[in-house]
Design a protein around this ligand. Structure first.
Ligand code: PEP
Length: 249
């Protein structure tokens, strides 16, 4: 099975810069080794969906409202994203949990609204350095998953990807080790097994994110139980990211 490669551009790139990026990426991506989902800002999504149409490059949003529609100034709905041709949405990223104080309850509501509107959700989970240093890693992951998928039917998990993103590894240049990632993948699948079934725990896509780069990607994406990667900083470098996506071993 091909690996899933997701690029989270965060609050970077103007729509004009995205136009140049997507023109190059779409022309250069071969789709042989990986499925790719690129997540530029909301404002870049129209030009990105236009340029990626008919190509294997898929689009994701970095956020979505938990509400369907109405008086929610500044929000963007799942239906709007779907209508534009967006297929994925990142939910529960540590930026949003920590800087925007998003709770597990809100994350769960966003997932339900996104799924209802036909979007796939990338649910980010992961511990802080303090959690890790006090031996709470697996409890934190367990709690975030249980709360994140609360109330979902087993068949809905087909549209949920769980991204293990230890906070201490995001944007720090300090990636988790193969052992850390394999242990986290085991715990994630165990939680799904206990809440759903053996089949669900086997089938759910689990990916890793946190300071992935061209040097560590081979080892970290080939860890047992890992189906792909979530890239931040590196995904902004179109040549490097194309090279990773085209030549993944
Ligand atoms: C992220 O923000 O999800 C991320 C993985 O960032 P980076 O690759 O820069 O650590």
């Amino acid at each position: 099975m091909k690996k899933l490669i997701i690029g989270n551009f965060k609050m970077n790139q103007t729509p004009e810069e995205s136009k140049a990026y997507f023109t190059k990426f779409v022309a250069g991506f071969n789709g042989n080794r990986a499925d790719v989902v690129l997540c530029p800002s909301y404002l870049s999504l129209p030009v990105a969906t236009f340029l990626a149409k008919g190509s294997p490059v898929k689009l994701g949003a970095q956020n979505v409202s938990d509400e369907e529609e109405g008086s929610f100034t500044g929000e963007v709905s799942a239906q709007m994203l779907k209508n534009l041709g967006v297929e994925y949405v990142i939910v529960g990223h540590s930026d949003r949990r920590n800087k925007f104080k998003e709770s597990d309850r809100l994350v769960n509501k966003k997932i339900k609204t996104a799924l209802k509107n036909g979007l796939k959700c990338v649910l980010c989970v992961g511990e802080s350095l303090a959690d890790r240093n006090t031996g709470k890693t697996f409890d934190v992951i367990r709690h975030q998953i249980e709360e994140g998928v609360r109330g979902l039917y087993e068949n809905e998990l087909e549209s949920v990807i769980i991204a293990y993103e230890p906070i201490w590894a995001i944007g720090t240049g300090q990636n988790a080790s193969v052992k850390d990632v394999e242990n986290a993948a085991k715990v994630i699948r165990k939680v799904i097994f206990e809440s759903y079934s053996e089949k669900a725990s086997r089938d759910i896509q689990v990916i890793y994110g946190g300071s992935l780069n061209e040097k560590n990607v081979g080892a970290l994406l080939n860890c047992a139980g890992i189906d792909g990667g979530l890239f931040g900083r590196i995904s902004l470098n179109v040549n490097l990211f194309l090279d990773i996506a085209n030549n993944l071993k």
